[in-house]
Design a protein around this ligand. Sequence first.
Ligand SMILES: O=C(O)CCC(=O)C(=O)O
Length: 265
Amino acid sequence: MRYTAAEHDAFASDFNRDSLVVLKNHFPRDKLGRWREAFQPLLEAQMQIDRDDPNRGAQRFYVTLPFQGLFADPQIYEDADVLAIVERVAGPDPVLCQLATDTPLRGSDYQKWHADTPPLFPETRSNDTPSFQIAVNFALCDVGDDNGPFETTHGTHRMNRQDAVDGIASGAIPCHRYLMAMGDVMIRDVRAVHRGTPNSTDEPRPMVVLGYSRRWLHRPEVQIRVPQSSWDRLSPTGKRLLRFNPVVPDDQVATPTESYRAFAY
Ligand SMILES: O=C(O)CCC(=O)C(=O)O
């Protein structure tokens, strides 16, 4: 663990105000370089599947990662600092339910400003609750101005989405562009209004997303298919985090297409 309990508290307080925090240089770059190599064939396969209907906008692909081999890495999904912050903002005993990537390529565009989940209680028109769904993002390359930096807004995670979108349009709500080095880790509330931006380079910009939720939240649109042999090797923490995911025979790990796009909001 790199940070003290007091530092975790400070991160949680910044998160609650802004909707996100970034842990600089947190994951080892050599490990992420190996993820990138293993990811490339998965991206190419997804591009074939989605070639007539890119699933997150033009030349932008959502690819689920298999929970096996180097992608089933407890040093990533059980990271003690990340879990300490997630537990402070989304409560104890969270669940891990998503392991995937977002990748814009050359030809990608600005996405519409959006949130990744609808409000819990839409009939109130208020989104002002504590956090319940968290994305932990890290890129498999350095992200600069020209290869699709993530843009987001501060504080909109607790706002009505349309009010946030109107505020962005009028200039009342500033937009923040996050340039992230490979190894930086962003922890964000998925309700904050954000968008992907164009990648104008020839290299893909893969961004991993680990989805953690409050202990009672079930997200039917995503899952991690845990091969039996990976399950058998999990630590008690890993078993607890992954408790609501299907454990499948090793030869049935391939993920049926996830309907993630239906939930962007
Ligand atoms: O990849 C990104 O930078 C953002 C993607 C995104 O927000 C989405 O596809 O919902």
